[in-house]
Design a binder for this molecule. Structure first.
Ligand code: DX5
Ligand code: ZN
Length: 224
């Protein structure tokens, strides 16, 4: 699959959120990663469906990749579907009945993603593989931007890649946490095709230069 770069707006300037999204899209972002935290499943609080709805109302027609870090997840899925999410990802620990949760997302017309924390084994990937459009490997513990990349995540990406290829369905493989220009190629070589980057992009002075540098690294990785 082609490589997607997904800036996480967690590291954007929220006082100018619309301008920030316009800027990363103009700089070459493929999708916008929208981190939703509830101070319960993770120890931080961010944004909800009203923000997505208002971005849609303002005319943003880009692909919104919504990463739910909320428990219970089901209660908010309808709101995010109504708000215009293109893809909604959930953590298996955030719901009692994962099959039902993923079905709610798909039946509502969005793509479904399944997220694995650094210490969460991939078992649910096998059980839910027919129901998902994306698997997301966390390369930090969820909750905050700007954390250090956990190297062992690369092995988990490679294992997820094997399982996805064996199943034959067109499932994207995303990595989230601590992705920078310096390590994005390693993630691609391990098998990821979708790269979330928050602080690396929004913390840089020049979004276009940073995204271009990431694409340059990804191009080199593909050529290997
Ligand atoms: C962490 C979030 C990430 C985060 C990534 O819980 O899911 O999307 O924003 O931020 P960086 O790229 O700064 O690690
Ligand atoms: Zn995320």
């Amino acid at each position: 699959m082609d490589h997607w770069i997904a800036p996480s707006i967690l590291s954007a300037d929220f006082s100018r959120l619309g301008e920030e999204i316009e800027a990363v899209l103009a700089a070459g972002a493929d999708v916008i990663h929208f981190d939703v935290m509830d101070n319960h499943y993770v120890p931080n609080l961010t944004i909800g469906p009203l923000v997505l709805e208002s971005l849609r109302r303002a005319g943003f027609d880009c692909f919104f990749d919504v990463h739910l870090m909320v428990k219970p997840a089901d209660r908010l899925i309808g709101d995010f579907l109504d708000a215009g999410a293109d893809l909604i990802s959930v953590h298996p620990e955030s719901t009692e009945h994962l099959h039902r949760t993923l079905s709610l997302i798909r039946d509502g017309g969005a793509q479904a993603g399944l997220v694995f924390n650094p210490a969460t084994p991939l078992h649910a990937l096998d059980e839910a593989i027919e129901l998902i459009d994306l698997a997301l490997i966390m390369s930090v513990n969820p909750g905050f931007g700007g954390q250090a990349f956990i190297e062992s995540s690369l092995g988990k990406v490679a294992e997820a890649r094997r399982r996805i290829d064996a199943c034959g369905r067109p499932i994207r493989l995303e990595i989230d946490g601590g992705i920078k220009v310096a390590n994005v190629a390693q993630a691609a070589v391990a098998g990821a095709d979708t790269f979330v980057a928050g602080s690396a992009i929004f913390g840089s002075g020049d979004y276009a230069a940073t995204i271009a540098a990431m694409r340059g690294e990804l191009g080199k990785a593909s050529a290997c």
